[in-house]
Structure formats: structure tokens, C-alpha cells
Design a binder for this molecule. Structure first.
Ligand code: ADP
Length: 677
């Protein structure tokens, strides 16, 4: 029974409804038939077009002369100047082909012999002289016959074109299918049609708001949009205008697409979904035509929602850069989009939803009121959000009792929703690989490690000396960060090689919205702590600090040029939020300022390095103890540091309390929600 129900192959209810789509198999079937019939006709014509009423034999010159001398030839037809057809008279026929009876004209309709001509003049001369020498009274003359074979003429004249056309059609069909991936856009004639997938009441979307954790404000705003569509009078009654576009902005993996999909599930209005790159094609003008088609389709289904994912693919600011040159096709697509969004009236019942992670590079015209009037920011989740996302993604998992969502949320600062989904999946895979019945806490922690650091490289060859250097390097980071007030507290240090790194120290970044100069500086000291430890302990430095140095340099540069945190440069920022500066070759400051910037960057980094050295020299014993422990155990945690250096005096217990209270409140709220009960 169950099997039968699952069999609905061609009728997948989750597949979006694709208008105009013909059943593909049928079309191919009928075309194949046409090809087959054509081929059969050609072959048949080739075989049957020959007159087989008389024997056709090739003869040589001697035989021809003999026939002429014996006066057995009725007629010679010179066909196309290269072949002579010899028709025998009654006498000749009765001697050579007694079984053939001649027609009323005394000969056969088809030649009896064929003589292949080498030289035309010599042939004519030969026929004439042979008969003259014999003194034949009424000699046979040669008839010139032009004979055209329609088939070969046709083939020579048209075959190349036919082949070209067939190849072209085949390529175009393949291309249409390849790029469009369905939606009735399989053929070249549909290339200007929009490639949006349509979700409406016939197609069930199984993502709802329940699957989107956190993002409460975004959900409220988006639901309001849906409400605009369903009850426009409520808003227009007071003279208000319904927004035309809503832009979801945020870093990758924060759930923008998921949110849009859930709108499709919740809204009960038709929902067109496509990606910005779907407009782009190798043909000029296709993008604009697809935009027109999309809006036409949408208007015919109003009220409805259009969702354009990754809108930056077409919405990038129009050609300002003289260097790279404009992309005309993209620009005309964007122009068409702008025109369409202006064109439809506020009450036409179409709302455009778009998502991007690069709102800064979007064309200003796109963002102005009347187009995408509303922007919804979808941020990386905070600790409460992360806990909820864990909850959503743990729904289908078999969890051991020791799995604590709160703890995991604390362990994953800076993770996006997509990262967390990945952690849950990785944990399940890891547990399965170890043959466990349940997924436990350790699996989740391993998954987090793996996602941050990459796969463990168990068989990487590391010499004892190298291991010592790595251990001191990581211990240097750990020690400095433990002893500096504003550096992030350490979670764990490992010298197990993973991915590209030989070791790592992980911190628990505080979730802060602003960072002070002091905090940035302390972080830099901690970052340089690795190299400083090598210097203090071994008296020499190594290449192992590459990524630390890169990070510190960028940070120092940002302090000086972006955040105005340097006294020499002062309260200035050369940051360009429009992204236009990337294209320009000139810098927004003078050469002199550039020199000062360089000096200040070096100064800051040098000062931080010296501070790291001084801290580590002071606490050399602790550093050595930590490094030895690390060599011994390979992984150590915050508690080990506490044992060596004592508790950090700056535990911000107030903040902890705040965070815990927020978590508790969130938990209570989810318990209260009826769908989770
Ligand atoms: P983007 O913002 O780049 O469009 P997506 O919406 O594609 O990100 O998110 C990718 C995946 O991450 C989703 O399919 C989902 O599994 C997970 N995810 C992201 N944010 C959330 C969230 N708030 N709640 C639940 N899952 C989320």
C-alpha cells in the first residue's frame, strides 16, 4: 500500500508548477518519427530510381567497334559528355540478348551497354571513322543528352544548408534545455521567457515560519507585506500606498532564501521564485525580455509575490567604472526591472521580494523609495537566535541526554544559520560513522571544530622540534589572551593539525556591537602572542605566524584608515561604503598621508608585539608549563589555563547574567508557543 502511494513519479507534488510545459518525451517521440521517415524515403529513392528494364553492361572499345561494324547499334546517347549509352537494334538484341523483346521503336527503353568515355573527341572520331571505313550507308550519329539527377543536384545544392540548420536547431534545443532547466523554456523560441518557478495553491511548499528560527522582526515585516496583498483596502483606505518592493539584506547563510520560501508557504498567494542570474543569458536583450515576461505573468496572477534571489547579479550599480567597461546586457536588464517596478501601479497586487548580501553595491536607483522601499536586515544570529536555530535543526535528530543547546549556542559565536545547520548534520554523520545509537555532545563539539578548522590531519608528519614550536606558539596566544583584560577569553587550544593550520587557539568572542580602541589593541597583542612566544623561548621566529600577521596588519590598517582610532591621522575615515573606490586607481589621500598611515600602522603593530613579548617574558614559567601540557595532551581548555594562571579577574558577570536571562526568556517563550508544545 505504502509503496503505491510513494510512486507518484511524474506527479511530484513538491515540484513547482511550470506553466506552458509540454511533456518532453512526447515531443521527442514525434520528431524521431519524422527523422526516421525522411531517412527511409531517401534510401528508397536511391535504390528504386534505377530503370532495371534492360541489362546494363559495361563494354570496351573493341566490342563497341565490333557492334558498329556489324551494324547492330540503333542509337548512341552521350550522357553528360562522360558516358555513352549504347542502344541495340533488333539485330543486335537478337544476337546478344535474345530474351529481351524490343519495343515498337525497334529498341529497348534502357541502353544495353554503357561505354565510359576517356576523351570525348577521340570517341566521336572513332565512331565516325569506323562507320566511314566500312562504308555504312546510314551511320549512327551520336545524340548529346543532358541528364540531371534531381537527387544529386538537390543534395549538392542543399545538403550543406540542411546540415547547418539541423546542427543549429540541435544546439539551440540543447542550450535552451541546459540553461533553462525546464519551465517550458526548452526551446530557442522561449529564450526570452522568464524562468521563474511558480509556487501556488497547486504546489505545496513545505517550508513555513516554523522552520525559520529567530528573525522575529523580519518575520513580522514580511507578514505585513503579505497582509498588504491580501487586504489592500485596510491600508489604502487611509490614503497609504502599498510598498512595491522589499529587500532582504544580510550576510550569506543567515536565512534570507529560507525566509522568502517560508513566505511562499505562509502567504497563500502565488509566488514566483528566481535568481538574479536567471535573467542573464548569452544573447543580448534576453534579460530585459525575461523581466517583461516575468512581470506580465505576475500581473496576470495578482495578487502575488515575485522573489529574486541574489539580486546583485543584475542590480549592481550601473557603469561608472571606466576601466572595466560597462556590461550593457546587465544594465539593460536592470533598466527594464526599474521600469517595470515603476510601471505597475501600487494597487496592482504584485510585490517584489529580493535578497542580497551586497546591498552596498546595488544601484541607488533600485533602492530609492517607490522601488525597494523597505529593507529588512537579516543579521547573523545572536546567542538566543543560535539556540533557536539549533532547536529547529535538531528536530529530526536522535539526541543523547547530554546535548545542551544553550551550551552549543555559546560555543558557536559568529556562526550563521547555515553553519549551524551544517554542524547538526556533521554531528549526525560523525555519530553514525562511530556506530553510535545517539548523537552526543562530543559529536557536536567535534563537528564545530571541524567546521571551524577543517578535517583533522592525523597522518601529517610533524617532527618533535616542530611540535614544540607549534605548542609554544599556541601557548603564547593562550597566555597573552588570558592575561589581557579585553582580549577574548579562550575556549580551547589545540595542536592537532587541521586543514591548512598546524594548531589553533579558539576564543569566545563577546557579542559586542562596538569595539573600543583598547579592545582592538588587546586582541592584536594576543594575536601576536604566538610569534612573541617563539621569540622569547627560542630566540628565533618562523613562518608559522603568517595568518596572524595578516590579521594584525589588516586590523591596524583598519584602525588607522577606517575607524579614526589613530592620533596622528585623527578623526578621519577613508572607508568607502559605496564600493566605487575599488575601481579607482587613485587613493583618496595624499602621498604624505599615505606615508603617515604606513608609519602609524607599523607603530601600532610594533607596540603590540613588544607588549606581547613583555607579558610572555614575565610569565615565562606559566607559558612553559602550558606548552608542555599541550605537547602532552594536544588539546587543552580554559580550565587548564585557570589552573596555571588563576582566574581572570575581569569576568564580566553582569554581562553573563544578562545573556543567561535572555536565554531563559527565549526558552520560556518557545515552551509557551502552542506549535512546540
Ligand atoms: P541566504 O541568507 O544565503 O539566502 P539561506 O536562506 O539559503 O541563506 O540559508 C541556508 C540554510 O541555512 C537554510 O536552508 C537553513 O537550513 C539554514 N538556516 C539559515 N538561517 C536559518 C534560520 N534562521 N533558521 C533555521 N535555519 C536557518
Amino acid at each position: 500500500m505504502e509503496n503505491n502511494e510513494n510512486k507518484g513519479l511524474g506527479n511530484n507534488p513538491n515540484r513547482p508548477n511550470q506553466p506552458n510545459q509540454k511533456p518532453n518525451g512526447k515531443r521527442r517521440f514525434s520528431l524521431m518519427w519524422i527523422y526516421a521517415i525522411l531517412a527511409i524515403v531517401l534510401i528508397a529513392v536511391n535504390f528504386l530510381w534505377k530503370d532495371s528494364s534492360a541489362p546494363r553492361e559495361d563494354i570496351n572499345q573493341g566490342k563497341l567497334i565490333e557492334l558498329l561494324e556489324k551494324q547492330q547499334v540503333e542509337r548512341i546517347d552521350l550522357v553528360n559528355k562522360n558516358e555513352a549509352e549504347i542502344f541495340l537494334n533488333q539485330k543486335g538484341l537478337s544476337e546478344h540478348f535474345p530474351e529481351v523483346t524490343p519495343g515498337v521503336d525497334g529498341t529497348t527503353s534502357a541502353p544495353s551497354y554503357i561505354y565510359k568515355i576517356g576523351s570525348l573527341e577521340r570517341f566521336e572520331e572513332m565512331v565516325e571513322t569506323v562507320q566511314k571505313e566500312k562504308g555504312i550507308a546510314n551511320p549512327v550519329y551520336i545524340n548529346n543528352v543532358e541528364r540531371k539527377s534531381w537527387l544529386s543536384d538537390f543534395l549538392i545544392g542543399w545538403l550543406p544548408f540542411i546540415i547547418l540548420i539541423v546542427v543549429w536547431i540541435v544546439i539551440m534545443r540543447g542550450m535552451g534545455r541546459g540553461i533553462g532547466g525546464g519551465g517550458g523554456a526548452g526551446s530557442i523560441f522561449n529564450i526570452g521567457k522568464s524562468r521563474a518557478q511558480l509556487y501556488d495553491k497547486n504546489t505545496s511548499v513545505n517550508v513555513t515560519f516554523k522552520d525559520v528560527a529567530g528573525l522575529e522582526e523580519a518575520k513580522v515585516e514580511i507578514m505585513e507585506v503579505v497582509d498588504f496583498l491580501k487586504n489592500p483596502e485596510k491600508y489604502t483606505k487611509l490614503g497609504g500606498k502599498i510598498p512595491k518592493g522589499v529587500l532582504l539584506v544580510g550576510p550569506p547563510g543567515t536565512g534570507k532564501t529560507l525566509l522568502a520560501k517560508s513566505v511562499a508557504g505562509e502567504a497563500n498567494v502565488p509566488f514566483f521564485s528566481l535568481s538574479g542570474s536567471d535573467f542573464v543569458e548569452m544573447f543580448v536583450g534576453v534579460g530585459a525580455s525575461r523581466v517583461r515576461d516575468l512581470f506580465n505573468n505576475a500581473k496576470s496572477k495578482a495578487p502575488c509575490i515575485i522573489f529574486i534571489d541574489e539580486i546583485d547579479a543584475i542590480g549592481r550599480a550601473r557603469g561608472k567604472s571606466a576601466i572595466t567597461g560597462g556590461n550593457d546586457e546587465r544594465e539593460s536588464t536592470l533598466n527594464q526591472l526599474l521600469t517595470e517596478m515603476d510601471g505597475f501601479g501600487t494597487n496592482s497586487g504584485v510585490i517584489v521580494l529580493a535578497a542580497t548580501n551586497r546591498a552596498d553595491i546595488l544601484d541607488k536607483a533600485l533602492l530609492r523609495a517607490g522601488r525597494f522601499d523597505r529593507q529588512i536586515y537579516v543579521e547573523l544570529p545572536d546567542i538566543v537566535g543560535r539556540r533557536e536555530i539549533f532547536e529547529v535543526h535538531m528536530r529530526g535528530l536522535k539526541l543523547a541526554d547530554d546535548v545542551d543547546k544553550e551550551f552549543l549556542a555559546k560555543q558557536t559565536p559568529g556562526f550563521s544559520g547555515a553553519d549551524i545547520a551544517n554542524v547538526c548534520n556533521e554531528a549526525a554523520l560523525m555519530a553514525a560513522r562511530k556506530g553510535k545509537e545517539m548523537i552526543d555532545k562530543q559529536d557536536f563539539l567535534d563537528a564545530v571544530d571541524r567546521i571551524i578548522g577543517g578535517l583533522e590531519k592525523k597522518n601529517k608528519i610533524i617532527t618533535a622540534d616542530e611540535k614544540k614550536v607549534i605548542a609554544f606558539h599556541e601557548a603564547g596566544h593562550a597566555t597573552t589572551s588570558w592575561l589581557l583584560q579585553y582580549a577574548h577569553p579562550l575556549v580551547k587550544v589545540t595542536i592537532v593539525p587541521r586543514g591548512n593550520s598546524l594548531g589553533a587557539a579558539w576564543y569566545l568572542p563577546e557579542e559586542r556591537q562596538i569595539t573600543t580602541k583598547e579592545q582592538m589593541y588587546h586582541e592584536m597583542v594576543a594575536t601576536l602572542g604566538g610569534r612573541a612566544a617563539e621569540q622569547v623561548v627560542f630566540g628565533q621566529i618562523s613562518t608559522g605566524a603568517l595568518s596572524d600577521l595578516e590579521k594584525v596588519t589588516k586590523q591596524a590598517f583598519a584602525m588607522v584608515t577606517y575607524y579614526g582610532l589613530d592620533d596622528e591621522i585623527g578623526n578621519r575615515s577613508y572607508y568607502d561604503s559605496t564600493g566605487q573606490q575599488d575601481y579607482s586607481l587613485t587613493k583618496p589621500y595624499s602621498e604624505k598621508t599615505a606615508e603617515t598611515i604606513d608609519q602609524q600602522v607599523s607603530k601600532i603593530i610594533e607596540k603590540a608585539y613588544q607588549e606581547a613579548i613583555s607579558i610572555l617574558t614575565q610569565h615565562r614559567d606559566g607559558l612553559t608549563e602550558l606548552a608542555n601540557k599541550l605537547i602532552d595532551k594536544e588539546v587543552i581548555f580554559g580550565e587548564d589555563l585557570e589552573n596555571i594562571f588563576g582566574k581572570r579577574p575581569w569576568g564580566n558577570s553582569e554581562d553573563e547574567k544578562l545573556k543567561n536571562a535572555a536565554l531563559k526568556a527565549a526558552e520560556k517563550e518557545t515552551e509557551d508557543r502552542p506549535e512546540n508544545a
